[in-house]
Design a protein around this ligand. Structure first.
Ligand code: ATP
Length: 323
């Protein structure tokens, strides 16, 4: 390619800016023109383009969010919307696209790339870590760090009053944030989509904690868990344990913000460079990822449809440590 465009799409994630910076700087390094597209696929359709240079991306490495802004675009789901997007790219002389986003964004990228034979590479940017083809997605490490900072604070108040806190974390349909933050914060238990927790199991866990003289307890609840909504779980437990002071905290969008961790900045830098270098060697319809410390390119098809892998070892460790 001679002229690359970059956009961020779907939910924003800390480290997206670091990824944009890496894309822009490596494109410049390899002598390519580079254009930023604002507002994701909406901006692609509206022609919201801005040519960038290596200085355009100064002072953003440490900032959360994405300076190119992100968006959800219903128009990009339609052939007419994608035609308009293609016309804008062609008119500007852009011949390759880097999409930083999650599985929905890559689904759109794949359809577009097939429809117009257009070269596209994806960079995994989502706090949920729910993509196959990379051990970590950009933003996941920062989100879990934010979650445990909050849980640590909740623990201070929990232990002053013998309380049981149910803390809801994000993650959509996956328990990555929940499991990792439960281990890191020493939670009593974790309810997540992957572990099929039952009410009986919860009752047993809380009884055991009582017997072991654990009085301040935190249970991490993944938003996508299959047991139920956090208030339903809380009401059930209030019925079973009337003597316990049970509180609910939903961390929500706190987890999306903040300055990216070292891990996310380095990961975003690696993947931004890998995306540009992938384009240069002719890769197409793939997502750049890091598995076992190696850069790998996974076809969009697989990245979207295969289940991201929760390490069973983490589940095992968590079980041992919550005794
Ligand atoms: P996150 O997981 O962080 O929310 P995401 O990339 O999965 O990120 P989505 O809202 O699912 O976020 O998708 C982002 C955008 O991708 C959509 O708003 C839409 O424009 C485009 N997209 C998703 N699915 C399709 C599709 N089937 N066809 C065309 N475009 C799509």
């Amino acid at each position: 390619p001679s002229h690359i465009a970059v956009l961020t799409s779907g939910g924003d994630a800390p480290g997206m800016n670091a990824a944009i910076r890496a894309v822009v700087r490596s494109a410049v390094y390899y002598g390519k023109k580079i254009t930023g597209i604002y507002n994701g696929y909406e901006g692609l359709i509206n022609g919201n383009f801005q040519e960038l240079n290596s200085r355009s991306v100064k002072y953003i490495l440490n900032q959360g969010g994405t300076f190119l802004k992100s968006a959800r675009s219903d128009r990009f789901r339609t052939p007419e919307g994608r035609k308009q997007a293609y016309d804008n790219l062609a008119k500007t002389g852009i011949d390759a696209l880097i999409v930083i986003g999650g599985d929905g964004s890559f689904t759109g990228a794949k359809i577009f790339s097939e429809e117009y034979d257009f070269q596209v590479i994806g960079v995994p940017g989502t706090i949920d870590n729910d993509l196959y083809g990379t051990d970590f997605t950009i933003g996941y490490d920062t989100a879990t760090n934010t979650a445990i900072e909050c849980i640590d604070k909740i623990r201070d108040t929990a232990s002053s009053h013998d309380r049981l806190f149910l803390v809801e974390v994000m993650g959509r349909d996956s328990g990555f944030i929940a499991l990792r933050s439960a281990i890191a914060a020493g939670a009593l238990d974790v309810i997540m989509p992957e572990n099929d927790t039952t009410y009986d199991h919860l009752v047993e866990t809380i009884n055991r904690a009582g017997k072991n003289k654990k009085f301040s307890n935190i249970i991490v609840v993944a938003e996508g868990n299959k047991l139920g909504n956090i208030f339903e779980i809380s009401n059930f437990l209030k019925g079973k344990f009337p003597h316990l002071d049970i509180k609910v905290t939903i961390l929500g969008h706190l987890q999306r913000g903040g300055s990216p961790t070292v891990y996310d900045r380095v990961l975003a830098s690696k993947l931004g460079v890998a995306a540009v270098e992938g384009l240069l060697i002719g890769r197409n319809k793939v997502m750049a990822g890091v598995m076992h410390q190696q850069i790998i390119y996974t076809p969009f098809e697989e990245a979207i449809t295969r289940k991201a892998y929760i390490n069973p070892e983490l589940i095992r460790i968590n079980k041992i440590l919550t005794i």
